[in-house]
Design a protein around this ligand. Structure first.
Ligand code: DAH
Length: 342
């Protein structure tokens, strides 16, 4: 029995020396000191030992047990300390030659187009105005010469609140308030989110962006309107843009127009993007209707003005070649983070 114990002790010491981790120390503990471990097995053999040697044999095994317990505790503490140190070293050491991994956000394409337009209009003496997204019927329709039951309302169904207010269908809804705030002469642009009760598809959204502009002064005519539109578009597209005006009906302008630009893809020759016409519809506009000026408190004997309603979302689609309008509200960062200011 004494020999067996001595052999076990030697085996234990050899294995102890080979332990290289806290996990291995635990395995060694189970192997020798566990319920089914070598030392317990040796203890259970005691019953076969002759009575006169039992005491001695028992003592030797107990000594081995105590020894193994102490050694394993010691080793386990050592291993934990070593592992902790390794963790700390790994956290502190870094390689300065590795590329930086900072994730930068990017601006939404509509924001990019909006800011670019704001810069252009600021440089032409316009102020930039902000206005609510929730408005009342008067501002959205009546003050724009669209009385109740006017058929023009059919094209602008929207979302109504229980207060009777509504989500504005166009940026024109701010015209009255801005005219009243500043009076004439006046040059202002006012970008905003707009809403319509529409089913969505590649070209329609229930939430989109426009930028409205008004200029009111003495002797303002259609040529001023064309000049400002051409200048602005040439700046946005970084080249001379040909425009044309077609008659268009909007109750708040008289005369009213659809401003088309020569197709940027085919240069006016006709292609699928412009439905072979060579022109793209971009910006409805016109000379502000005298009723609208009157509602805004402007003297119509003295002043005239033009207004335009630029589709910011539309413009962003053309500028960046986006074929599906739903990309903008999708929240899909893979699509949205590709755009950079040019
Ligand atoms: N508010 C119109 C719309 O969203 C667009 C518009 C047309 C605005 C003519 C104007 C304008 O300022 O003169 O359908």
């Amino acid at each position: 029995m004494t020999e067996k114990t001595a052999a076990l002790r030697q085996a234990f010491e050899e294995k102890l020396n080979a332990v290289g981790s806290s996990e291995a120390a635990e395995q060694l503990r189970v192997e020798f000191l566990g319920k089914k471990g070598h030392i317990s097995a040796l203890m259970s053999e005691l019953k076969n030992v002759p009575a006169d040697q039992k005491k001695q044999a028992g003592q030797t095994i107990n000594e081995l047990k105590k020894y193994a317990e102490e050694k394993i505790l010691e080793k386990s503490a050592q291993m934990h300390q070593m592992e902790e140190q390794r963790r700390l070293d790994a956290a502190e050491s870094y390689d300065e030659s590795l590329p930086m991994q900072i994730e930068c956000g990017s601006y939404h394409p509509i924001t990019l187009v909006q800011r670019e337009l704001e810069e252009i209009f600021l440089s032409m003496g316009f102020t930039i105005e902000d206005y609510n997204e929730i408005v009342d019927d008067y501002n959205c329709f009546e003050a724009l010469n669209i009385p109740k039951h006017h058929p023009a309302r059919d094209m602008q169904d929207t979302y109504y609140l229980s207060t009777g207010q509504l989500l504005k269908t166009h940026t024109s809804a701010a015209q009255n308030t801005i005219m009243r705030k500043y009076g004439a002469p006046l040059r202002a642009v006012f970008p905003s989110r707009c809403f319509r009760n529409e089913s969505t598809d590649a070209c329609h959204e229930n939430t989109f962006f426009q930028m409205e502009g008004i200029m009111i002064d003495t002797d303002i005519s259609i040529s001023n309107l064309i000049y400002f539109m051409k200048t602005m578009l040439s700046e946005v597209f970084k080249k001379d843009i040909n425009v044309r005006l077609r008659p268009g009906f909007f109750p708040f302008v008289e005369p009213g127009f659809e401003l088309d630009i020569e197709c940027l893809i085919c240069g006016g020759e006709g292609c699928p993007s412009c439905k072979n016409s060579g022109w793209l519809e971009l910006c409805p506009c016109g000379m502000i209707h005298p009723n609208v000026l009157k509602y805004g408190g402007i003297d119509t004997e003295k002043y005239t003005g033009f207004a335009f309603g630029l589709g910011l979302t539309r413009l962003a689609m053309m500028k960046y070649g986006v074929k599906d309008i739903r990309v903008f509200n999708s929240g899909n960062l893979k699509s949205l983070s590709q755009f950079i200011s040019q």
